[in-house]
Ligand binder design. Structure first.
Ligand code: OGA
Ligand code: NI
Length: 357
């Protein structure tokens, strides 16, 4: 009996139908488990009209003494209002961004058998290929395939990454290193804007975790009925996203969704739950989701940064006062992983379990 049970677990954990396979079948319809209740479906009009007034920040102006403080202020306003902004002239060459997206695309076009070597439903696996959010626990399915892997320090993780396509490690690795440098520059500004020392948590940021989520959203015959990723906030400090076309949507404080426009060469930056907790609620993490389309494969690479996996993070003591009484308990990335291994992402947000007020 036990033996039988074990076999069943093995099968359910390691076999699934990828979104890529469903697309290749060219069916007109999508399986039932992908069809969202009407209120959770994306608004098709919104998908056609991306927002024109989301913050776009030129980071090269940080080098200009005349514009530096204004640019830092723009970042503060964006963090305060939306927890989201796009950046250009960020120092990462377009070729490095493009190569990472191209090699990601090649990876997802490999035969299933090749990708399945990395399949796992265990959220702590250092390299994990999967579909939807977690094929092991999802009740609803989402139209995406992904490979996730850690990247900082790169020498510790890179040999675990796929060796096929042959230049995967080199191309994804160059991008991972460049985006980690950008993340550290942005964190120094975000902390300064919060009134914390730019060196606050310096070592923890240096040794922080970088989880690269490489997402593939193949063309979907019914993009109005489903999503690529359900609404969620990212757990860490900052998430930096590189994409080959539009599809990301963010929610503002009035709970209104906005389609983020695709801007060639731009990267999107979002605040995660750890910043909300550290700032004691002055900044909020961004609620976001991904839509799919019926024309082109969408690729995105989300670099999710956080403090080291077991580092307990609570509100910075300087940000707790009469106006802002302590609003969160301490939590860690590790505890977040335990949370999502038991609950669907859409059931309870981890950050809600940390709220005191
Ligand atoms: C994520 C995410 C959005 C996108 O990977 O956490 O929110 O546009 N991705 O791919
Ligand atoms: Ni996300």
């Amino acid at each position: 009996m036990k033996e039988h049970g074990e076999i069943e677990i093995e099968i359910s954990e390691c076999s699934f139908i990828s979104a890529m396979t469903l697309t290749l079948k060219s069916d007109e319809n999508i399986p039932e488990k992908y069809i969202l209740p009407p209120l959770q479906r994306p608004n098709p009009r919104l998908m056609d009209y991306p927002s024109t007034n989301l913050p776009l920040i030129d980071l090269s102006l940080l080098q200009d003494p005349l514009f530096r403080s204004e640019t830092i202020n723009q970042i503060h306003t964006a963090c305060n209002k939306l927890g989201f902004f796009q950046v250009v002239n960020h120092g990462i060459p377009i070729l490095v961004m493009q190569d990472a997206l191209d090699i990601a695309k090649e990876f997802f076009h490999l035969p299933s058998k090749e990708k399945m070597q990395f399949a796992s439903a265990n959220v702590r696996e250092p390299v994990r290929y999967g579909t939807s959010m977690n094929h092991g626990t999802d009740k609803m399915f989402y139209w995406r395939d992904f490979i996730k892997h850690y990247a900082n320090p790169i020498s510790e993780w890179i040999q675990l990454w796929p060796s096929n396509p042959p230049t995967y490690r080199e191309k994804m690795g160059s991008y991972a290193e460049a985006v980690n440098i950008l993340q550290k520059q942005l964190m120094a500004i975000v902390l300064e804007n919060l009134g914390l020392n730019a060196n606050y948590m310096h070592d923890e940021i240096e040794e922080g975790s970088q989880a690269m989520t490489v997402n593939c959203y193949p063309p979907c015959p019914k993009p109005d009925l489903t999503l690529g990723i359900p609404p969620h906030s990212d757990y860490g400090t900052l998430t930096i996203l590189n994409q080959n076309q539009q599809g990301l949507q963010i929610m503002d404080k009035e709970r209104k969704w906005h389609s983020v426009p695709f801007i060639q060469g731009a990267l999107t930056v979002q605040l995660g739950d750890q910043i909300e907790v550290m700032s004691n609620g002055r900044y909020k993490s961004t609620f976001h989701r991904a839509t799919v389309n019926n024309k082109r494969n969408r690729l995105s690479i989300a670099s999710l940064h956080s403090l080291p996996i077991d580092k307990k993070v609570g509100p910075a003591p300087w940000l707790v006062d009469e106006q802002y009484p302590i609003a969160y308990r301490e939590g860690s990335f590790g505890e977040f992983l335990d949370h999502i291994s038991k609950k669907c992402l859409s059931e309870t947000r981890y950050i809600d379990t940390l709220r005191i007020l």
